[in-house]
Design a protein around this ligand. Structure first.
Ligand code: OGA
Ligand code: ZN
Length: 337
């Protein structure tokens, strides 16, 4: 970076008591990009033209060309948008039965909105109002100009990564339009992600899957499955003591940058405070066939094993409340020192 002028400054970053290194930033032609990706290590890829054709996607352009479809918008009373899986919430079914979910009050509201309404609310927003975050898979309801831009993404670039890294198919492209200061709290996904920054600046904080014990994810059956229970700004060290030792890495994404977020890597994403709105397009890929497993197991394999054990226990016990006593009986005094 050197003396290069940045479009942001450090006062726009939230302050945390976490030890963070910088994620390497490398030109897309640098052979080290492939090496890092092959090791499932994050890297910021600069200079690619992956979403260059979307560089003109400002709010006016999107309003004009996006079409009249409905978009999924999350509404939050604070700045956090912690994802939840609706299918895991306890619901009364029409036949008076209940699903197997847990009682849960969603922290955000999910609504469907036309783009002009969303943009109007973005433009008229003032401090203290509810915050909005549009998160929508790109589908065939978008207008022809957007389809043309989409077709002009540098598909050769991402197809070649997909091939070289032996990934499975592209499953979706999500469009994320956020307000300054919005935070997507720390979670991991079960797919490979090329996260392409289009407009504005986003800070991405990543943690390796080997930090699992320090991040205390909610149980698998919980609507916040794959999300950390730790509040980074006010960590409850009595409940989450190992969070004191957390080690991660971070970067601030600029328009044109592409971040590789490896599968199972934890990430927290923050639109910089007092900046402009942000636009991101991500590319989610299924993981490739897992080659021969080697021992000792890698941390992401262990995460997959733990997920399966949790799922199996719920399957046989039916009631999530039965899991903790069984786990305690299994472990305490037998597998604990
Ligand atoms: C992702 C993700 C959140 C955001 O792309 O996997 O978590 O706010 N994005 O950009
Ligand atoms: Zn994610």
């Amino acid at each position: 970076m050197g003396s290069e002028k940045k479009g942001w400054d450090y006062s726009q970053l939230r302050k945390y008591d976490i030890s963070l290194e910088q994620i390497p930033r490398l030109d897309y032609q640098d052979p080290k990009v492939d090496e890092l990706m092959a090791e499932n290590e994050p890297v910021v890829i600069t200079g690619s033209k992956l979403v260059k054709s979307a560089e003109k996607w400002n709010l006016d352009y999107l309003e004009k060309h996006m079409g009249n479809g409905d978009f999924t918008v999350f509404i939050s009373r604070n700045y956090k948008f912690k994802y939840y899986d609706e299918k895991k919430i306890l619901q009364k079914l029409p036949n008076n039965e209940t699903n197997r979910g847990v009682e849960f009050t969603p922290p955000t509201k999910m609504v469907e909105m036309k783009l002009p309404e969303f943009i109007k609310r973005l433009k008229e927003w003032k401090r203290g109002d509810e915050r909005l975050y549009l998160q929508q898979g790109l589908n065939d309801t978008v207008g022809p100009a957007i389809v043309r831009d989409f077709l002009k993404f540098d598909w050769d670039f991402c197809n070649s990564i997909q091939k070289k890294q032996n990934w499975g198919p592209l499953t979706s492209n999500h469009l994320l339009i956020g307000m300054e200061g919005n935070v997507t709290p720390c979670h991991y996904d079960e797919q490979q992600n090329l996260f392409a920054q289009v407009q504005g600046y986003k800070r991405c904080i990543l943690f390796s899957p080997d930090q699992f014990d320090r991040l205390y994810p909610h149980p698998v059956y919980h609507p916040h499955d794959r999300q950390s229970m730790v509040d980074f700004e006010r960590p409850d060290y009595s409940k989450f003591p190992k969070f004191k030792d957390i080690k991660g890495c971070e970067t601030v994404m600029e328009p044109g940058d592409v971040l590789y977020i490896p599968i199972y890597w934890w990430h927290q994403v923050e639109s910089l405070m007092r900046g402009d709105h942000t636009i991101t397009i991500n590319f989610w890929y299924k993981n490739g066939p897992t080659g021969p497993i080697t021992y000792p197991l890698k941390s992401h394999h262990k995460v997959a094993v733990m997920r399966n054990v949790e799922k199996m226990l719920l399957e046989v016990l039916h009631d999530p409340k039965e899991i903790p006593p069984l786990m305690r009986a299994l472990v305490l005094g037998r597998y604990t020192e």
